[in-house]
Design a protein around this ligand. Structure first.
Ligand SMILES: *Cc1c(COP(=O)(O)O)cnc(C)c1O
Length: 513
């Protein structure tokens, strides 16, 4: 494609994106296509001869669009948000245009230096302890996801506990890993990948606010040590995916550190004993963004105990996927765990030891210029602008939670610390099973209506609808309308169920309006 033609199509594509964002609120949020439907409409073989770009773009509208769930819709309230913004999209386009590969400082110095710098900005914006900044022994890196971040953290922890990199026989001890029973599934995945063994993953019980019970953690650690195992890694979560629970970092941190100090004392006696302290990783995938506002920083009290930390601007910070900010307090074990240096990558800058080579901070070798979009977003909104939108989202969610709390037909199933509301229709005369079924059907009907999109979780055995506010274009009117639709659909469903129950002589299920 010659530059002149690119110019023309790039303008058309930019218009396409701008139009899409202008109308996304009016599209049915959840894709309604059936499994295999898109593939059946595509040719079985790749085209032998090149096609016009016009034909390709037409197929984007005709074939692809119906198969999309519109994550950027202001009526998207499911999972956690994955919002974006025009400055971020521009950063992504320019990054693609530059086509830079940033595996080493030497392969494009600006790619590494901008990343290290913007991650220092982010550390300060989120009120992280100074040890996570690149000026000391620590530093930040952009990972593709919070899942990669927790894997890298676990590999660093294993390295610190076992000196695996210089131990040719491999790991000679049974390591144990801890997270709450509300932790994200990526912890289990990391344990699987790292070969820790699922039987060595301890899911610690949580309290009524879905936060890890530190005393249960301490008991389990003591028990494991007595059994000759080596506790090596704790993943605490600030803002769990299921219900936005916050683990108490100070208590957990003290449990991890207590042993570390003891081990340091022992080290003086037996010099070659590996580090026995427990690595504390803090997973703040979505809620880390909230800490840009000082009033939400109390959720991360105790973060000074953490060895590593991760937050995803690609969830709630207007930066399109993928962009996870991962920090370590001491980069030594991360780099020891992940560094390789084949002859063909040797260069003077690396040998000098004065530069960061990010290939040693992540699983893959190659990396994109992701700092560009993050830099654009921060410069476009400014810290004040970001705070404004975060506060707006939290206020809307709090208002929604008030409506639920005051309603006769619905109830809250978890505290609402920030922007996630977990709730359910009461269905007062039904048992738990029928109630869960009612709420599952309610969710299905809401999502099939196309008017909004929610997801669910199970909390203490109860089916809960999850309503998370964090989309760039979500305004009060969308939340108002969502609440209206939810109540109407629940009433309809209740009436139908009531009629059905009467017809079959059974109990009436939910309605009383
Ligand atoms: C979303 C989420 C993750 C996973 O995020 P990815 O970036 O998609 O890997 C991990 N932990 C928590 C708490 C999350 O909410």
């Amino acid at each position: 494609m010659p530059p002149e033609e690119f110019r023309r199509w790039a303008r058309i594509a930019a218009d396409w994106i701008a139009d899409y964002h202008s109308k996304v609120g009016s599209l049915p949020v959840m894709s309604q296509i059936k499994p295999g439907e898109l593939r059946a409409s595509l040719p079985p073989k790749a085209p032998e001869h090149g096609e016009t770009f016009k034909a390709v773009l037409e197929d984007l509208d005709k074939l692809i669009m119906p198969g999309l769930t519109h994550w950027q819709s202001p009526n998207f309230f499911g999972y956690f948000p994955c919002n974006n913004s025009f400055p971020s999209i521009l950063g992504e386009i320019l990054s693609a245009g530059l086509g830079v590969q940033g595996m080493l400082w030497a392969t494009s110095p600006a790619c590494t230096e901008l990343e290290a710098h913007v991650l220092d900005w982010m550390a300060e914006m989120m009120g992280l302890p100074a040890k996570f900044k690149s000026s000391g022994k620590g530093g930040g890196v952009i990972q593709d996801s919070a899942s990669s971040a927790v894997l890298c953290a676990l590999l660093s922890a294993r390295e610190r506990a076992t000196n695996l990199a210089s131990n040719e026989r491999g790991c000679d001890r049974s390591l144990t890993v801890y997270a709450s029973n509300q932790a994200h599934s990526s912890v289990e995945k990391a344990v699987k990948i790292a070969g820790i063994g699922k039987q060595n993953l301890r899911l610690i019980e949580t309290d009524e606010r879905f936060a890890m019970r530190p005393e249960a953690l301490a008991t389990q650690i003591t028990k494991d040590r007595k059994a000759g195992l080596t506790p090596c890694f704790v993943c605490a979560t600030t803002g769990t995916t299921s219900s936005n629970g916050f683990d108490p970092l100070s208590e957990i941190g003290r449990i991890c550190r207590g042993r570390r100090e003891e081990s340091a004392r022992r080290k003086r006696v037996r010099k070659r004993t590996p580090h026995l302290g427990i690595w504390l990783h803090v997973d703040a995938a979505m809620s880390g963004t909230a800490t840009i506002c000082p009033e939400f920083r109390h959720f991360q009290k105790g973060l000074e105990f953490a060895d590593s930390y991760a937050s995803n601007p690609h969830k709630w910070m207007f930066t399109n996927f993928d962009c996870d900010c991962f920090y370590v307090a001491d980069r030594a074990s991360l780099i020891r765990a992940l560094s390789v240096l084949p002859e063909y990558l040797r260069n003077q800058a690396t040998e000098s030891g004065s530069v960061i080579d990010y290939r040693d901070w992540q699983i893959p070798l190659g990396r994109r210029f992701r700092a560009l979009k993050l830099w654009f977003v921060i410069r476009h909104y400014g810290v004040e602008g970001l705070k404004h939108h975060i506060r707006r989202h939290v206020a809307l969610a709090q208002e929604f939670a008030d409506w639920v709390g005051l309603s006769d037909e619905f109830e809250l199933l978890a505290p609402v610390p920030l922007n996630l509301v977990c709730f359910a229709a009461k269905a007062p005369r039904a048992g738990r099973r029928a109630r869960n079924e009612f709420n599952a059907q309610l969710l299905d009907r809401l999502n099939k209506s196309g008017k909004l999109f929610l997801t669910h979780t199970i909390l203490n055995g109860c089916y809960a609808l999850r309503f998370c506010i964090g989309q760039t274009y979500t305004e009060r009117e969308h939340v108002d309308e969502a609440w209206r639709v939810i109540r109407n659909v629940a009433r309809e469903l209740g009436e139908e169920k009531g009629a059905q129950a009467r017809r079959f002589g059974g109990r009436k299920i939910s309605q009383e309006n």
